[in-house]
Design a protein around this ligand. Structure first.
Ligand code: 13P
Ligand code: SF4
Length: 349
């Protein structure tokens, strides 16, 4: 207790000292002890946009994961520096697609389908993957605009390659009326395309990646809730598998989940399938509603949780002392191509 109140004071001190020269965005999945200091809270799209609009900020200390800090670096001015309080705060999903694998996949897919594919990548990907996509005319997507972006992409080319989250890609394409038979999966380890229908009919090629947090919500979790609490509504993030989304009442981005619960009538009951810190915060914010995690074991994102109060205090104090620690600096050439992919999304989102 003592120690955390001491750390709290130290964080406040640097924040007061630096004022608007410092900006601290915090993703909804961050711990309470960190989110408390965030100048803006949001999902990945909102945080990307907001970081780009902080004209006075010299330093952006990103409370989220590595790919989010990279995106902030790409979208902000050169003289604005982005820091990540703990360099180990990566994302297992983003790590499932690397540049070499993507080039190999592209080569194979080009030989199978010719120049008929537009690549799209979920923002949960490294800057190098965003650059690859930008260079090939494609765009980034987030969980709140994936449907619009897939629709747009299919006006540009006959088919899309969707990186790196197969579930967001599949769930969104399915909602747009694309049959599961017209979706194929590219396995970057086996380097092969898996499909069920006719290969010429393939419209959506899904990269075989997933979120290790959202994959923990299962069909049996849904069935247990249905049995124990038949009146409970189930809402999940589209990073959950298709079967889970299909059996739920609703699916949507982090923002969509927050808004849905806010607008739900008092006394209503909900099981939520998303990251633990956010579910706990929603529970605290709505004492008038019965809310549980869809998976009773709760599902933390271990890398999001790397950012804690000690790391935040250390990184802010280093900054105040003029030390450069944990600077996130995307290579210039990569940043230019990646920005194209982000700008194509921001122009439409
Ligand atoms: P959103 O913030 O876009 O809903 O994404 C969820 C997520 O997994 C972030 O890492
Ligand atoms: Fe990555 Fe999933 Fe964690 Fe988001 S919740 S940072 S997608 S591992």
């Amino acid at each position: 207790q003592m120690e955390s109140s001491e750390l709290t004071k130290r964080v406040r001190k640097v924040k007061d000292q630096m004022g608007t020269r410092l900006f601290l965005p915090g993703h909804h999945y961050q711990k309470d002890e960190v989110i408390e200091f965030a100048d803006a809270r949001g999902d990945s799209l909102k945080l990307a946009q907001i970081s780009a609009s902080q004209h006075e900020a010299e330093a952006i200390v990103f409370c989220g994961v590595h790919f989010m800090a990279e995106t902030a670096d790409i979208l902000t001015r050169d003289d604005q520096k982005v820091y990540l309080p703990d360099m180990r705060a990566g994302c297992t999903m983003a790590d499932m697609a690397n540049f070499t694998q993507t080039e190999k996949a592209w080569e194979q897919l080009m030989s199978d389908f010719g120049d008929t594919i537009l690549p799209l990548t979920y923002v949960n990907s490294t800057a190098a993957i965003k650059a690859f996509v930008g260079k090939h005319g494609g765009a980034t997507v987030t969980s709140s605009n994936a449907a619009e972006m897939i629709q747009w992409a299919l006006t540009q080319k006959e088919r899309i390659l969707f990186l790196p989250d197969q579930h967001l890609g599949r769930n969104t394409a399915y909602d747009l009326g694309i049959s599961l038979d017209d979706m194929a999966v590219w396995d970057p380890i086996k380097e092969e395309l898996m499909y069920v229908g006719d290969v010429e009919d393939v419209k959506v090629i899904l990269w075989k990646g997933h979120c290790s947090v959202h994959e923990n919500f299962t069909v049996s979790n849904v069935l247990q809730i249905r049995e124990k609490h038949p009146y409970m509504k189930i809402i999940v993030h589209p990073e959950c598998r298709r079967e889970v989304v299909a059996l739920s009442d609703e699916a949507g981005s982090t923002n969509h989940i927050i808004k849905t619960i806010e607008q739900a009538p008092p006394g209503s009951s909900w099981a939520i399938g998303t990251e633990m810190n956010l579910v706990n915060r929603i529970i605290q914010d709505h004492p008038d509603k019965q809310i549980v995690s869809l998976n009773p074991n709760m599902c933390p994102c271990l890398t999001m949780n790397r950012i804690d109060l000690p790391h935040l205090a250390w990184s802010l104090e280093s900054l105040a002392q003029g030390k450069t620690v944990n600077l996130i600096e995307v290579n210039k050439e990569i940043a230019i191509d990646a920005k194209q992919a982000l700008d194509r999304m921001l122009a439409r989102a």
